[in-house]
Design a binder for this molecule. Structure first.
Ligand code: SF4
Length: 694
């Protein structure tokens, strides 16, 4: 007899929350979780954890879990529980009917960065081999797609340049548009340790985030730029570096394309990019911009860490390239303590991108129009494949409203809550004839679904996640699937019902196929992961144990390429009617749309989304701390509780997006990144007024 609270069995697995990818020992008694113990040999966390990974696991066995497949003819009908065969058969029949009626391109799928690499891989394979189109996109579209574009253009691949441990060698840390304390807590602790040991700190953020001043840490420079002016800021920093002779010319001559560097240097040296010219745009005093640029360029090893405050803008891709330019110009790339490092929000953002769930790329970032790559996949998969780029998520919505896109398989993603301009998304979902949702809970998107396929929590899965430092780690099953079927099996059976056979007996065989088809994963297998603990890709003949640092002797693309980064103001303007700028972010205890953390005790710490507002803006509107306020934008209106906060600057308000009832995306705009369509969540012109209605 095992005493209550005592573990009966355990396995080492990976946190299903943020992109740090902490390892835990999941201790179980039968199918009850006893505790999650931070694993000291986990390379991303070395025995540390945060309140999400350690305590927010209750959702995995929550009573709201849906464990039986369900179908309904219309979204106004009640759900009807059916067998797996009937649900999968019905979904396949509907997708076939839609393709017969509206054409091959009328259906597609959306994958999730919360799912394993193996699950994501089979979903994109289903789209390409069974739907016979490339209409597959990942939720990374709405977070880090500009990272993919920007780093590929400049360095040749879509990935962070360093391992997380590398921050311990940084002399100067530049944090732009990220709040690691809340978003990536275990990495934040590692960064703070380095800061307490003397590293210098520059924070570029509209809010005075925790890092700006916390116990024993004070930023050397806080650059409180106005939301939407990142590119103006990075150009001003570059102007100082070029015009004050701070370029590492030896590095640039040896490692970069010189012609592009010269063109870029001429561009940023123009007076229009000077700190003095950019002061009125960014709101940051020119002297602070100059001092920050000098510190970054001359302070020793300088590392950039950034988050969605960079990417979720109409110039998200431009800004990623601007930061990549800065690192090249100062020689801060290719060794420990430097680099350009995206802090990925979800556990498997890197992996979902690596696995080819983009409408233009196979796994390993190879374009679908590349004949040789496509021929290799065709031979392996035994079907002809389309070389035409498919639809991105926003295009799927557009084409649904236009009448040509009619069926969608949504795997582990809540697009009705997470995507911008909720009213537009709802109209697109309502117009579709078959939506299949595979998830743990009846989420907001399931309100528009015709088929519900129950998913599994990370405790019920075998597979891998890839964290922000390209580290592939095992996810190990410690309890049986509550639905009786693994998610990858459901996808495989759906493909079979559509007429395409995939023959896997275990997720390890999916990884074997990924390794055969993806050069950067060539040396990865479950056996190798068990042996090494985890592996950072690229892992192949040249790097059999993986690659902690990228671009050491040469960039992936050969020579680094400087890209032009002209500042273009967003279309979202403040006016007399909408005089404030709303920006958004995360809080420590909650996670994204909150589907998981809202079903745990963590929610006690943060039971509702809050609007942070500066005292000046609150006072002029008669708003007191704790009042309910209506926030109105050109797109819509929502109601939140106000907190008068010294973190804010006048003219800028801030909220989180973890609760569907407050629906921050009811008010966000349709603007998106020019290169990738990543939504501009971070800039919405609004007005705020006190209200009694909520
Ligand atoms: Fe999980 Fe991220 Fe917290 Fe680590 S830092 S325990 S990966 S949420």
């Amino acid at each position: 007899v095992i005493e209550k609270g005592q573990p009966e069995h355990s396995a080492v697995t990976t946190c299903a929350y943020c992109g740090v990818g902490c390892a835990f020992k999941a201790e179980m008694q039968g199918s009850e979780i006893v505790r999650m113990v931070p694993y000291k040999d986990g390379k991303a966390n070395e025995g540390h954890s945060c309140v999400k990974g350690r305590f927010a696991f209750g959702y995995a066995t929550h009573k709201d879990r849906i464990t039986k497949p369900m179908i309904r003819a219309r979204i106004t009908d009640p759900w009807r529980e059916v067998s797996w065969d009937e649900a999968i058969g019905h979904a396949a029949a509907e997708f076939k009917r839609i393709q017969a009626q509206y054409g091959t391109e009328s259906v597609g799928a959306i994958t999730s960065s919360r799912c394993t690499n193996e699950e994501v891989f089979v979903v994109q394979k289903l789209v390409r081999a069974a739907f016979r189109n490339n209409n597959v996109d990942t939720c990374a579209r709405v977070c880090h797609s500009p990272t993919g574009y920007g780093l590929s253009q400049t360095y040749g691949t879509s990935a962070g340049t360093q391992d997380l441990k590398s921050v311990e060698k940084a002399d100067v840390i530049l944090v732009i548009g990220a709040n690691p304390t809340d978003g990536h807590p275990v990495f934040a602790s590692r960064m703070k340790k380095r800061l307490r040991a003397g590293a210098r700190l520059i924070v570029a953020d509209p809010r005075r985030i925790d890092l700006v001043k916390s116990p024993h840490i004070a930023a050397d420079h806080h650059l409180p730029l106005l939301p939407g002016t990142n590119v103006a800021l990075v150009n001003a920093l570059a102007h100082v570096i070029v015009t004050e002779g701070l370029v590492d010319e030896t590095f640039v001559r040896e490692r970069c394309e010189w012609d592009n560097f010269e063109a870029w240097a001429r561009f940023v040296a123009q007076d229009l990019n000077s700190p003095e010219a950019m002061e009125s745009i960014t709101g940051v005093p020119a002297g602070d911009l100059r001092a920050a640029a000098r510190l970054y360029a001359t302070g020793g090893n300088a590392a950039i860490y950034y988050g969605l405050g960079v990417t979720e803008h109409s110039q998200g891709s431009t800004m990623v390239m601007g930061m990549a330019n800065l690192a090249m110009a100062t020689g801060n790339i290719g060794r420990e303590g430097v680099g350009v490092n995206p802090l990925r929000g979800q556990n498997n953002v890197q992996g979902s991108c690596d696995m080819g769930s983009f409408p233009h790329e196979f796994s390993g970032y190879r374009h679908v129009s590349d004949d040789a790559t496509r021929a290799m996949f065709e031979t392996f998969w035994g079907v002809p494949l389309s070389g035409e780029q498919g639809l991105r998520i926003p295009n799927m919505f557009e084409e649904s409203i236009n009448g040509s896109f009619r069926g969608l398989y949504v795997h582990g993603e809540d697009i009705a809550q997470s995507d911008p301009n909720t009213q537009h998304v709802q109209a697109a979902l309502e117009a579709m004839e078959c939506i299949v949702v595979q998830d743990l809970f009846l989420n907001e998107t399931a309100k528009y679904a015709h088929v519900f396929l129950p998913g599994s929590s990370f405790l019920e899965k075998d597979g891998t996640f890839t964290n922000a430092e390209r580290r592939i780690s095992r996810v190990r099953k410690v309890m049986p699937e509550m639905s009786g079927k693994a998610e990858w099996q459901v996808t495989v059976e759906l493909a079979r019902a559509l007429g395409y056979e995939m023959a896997y007996r275990h997720p390890s065989e999916i990884m074997d196929e990924i390794a055969q088809l993806t050069p950067t994963f060539a040396g990865v297998s479950f056996a190798r992961l068990d042996e090494l603990g985890s592996i950072q890709w690229p892992c192949n003949e040249k790097a059999p144990t993986g690659t902690p640092l990228m671009h050491v002797d040469r960039f992936v693309r050969g020579k680094g390429r400087f890209m032009m980064t002209e500042y273009v103001a967003t279309d979202e303007k403040v006016t007399a009617r909408f005089p404030l700028i709303l920006t958004t972010g995360r809080i420590l205890s909650q996670y994204n749309v909150g589907a998981q953390t809202r079903r745990t005790d963590n929610t006690a710490w943060h039971p509702e989304d809050i609007l942070e507002i500066h005292a000046h803006d609150a006072e002029s509107r008669g708003i007191r701390d704790g009042d309910m306020v209506a926030i109105q934008s050109r797109a819509g209106e929502t109601v939140l509780r106000a907190t008068v906060s010294e973190r804010m600057q006048p003219g800028v308000v801030y909220t989180t997006f973890h609760h569907p009832v407050s629906g921050a995306n009811v008010i966000t705009t349709d603007n998106s990144d020019w290169a990738t369509n990543c939504p501009e969540y971070k800039v919405t012109a609004v007005e705020v007024r006190r209200t009694n209605h909520y």
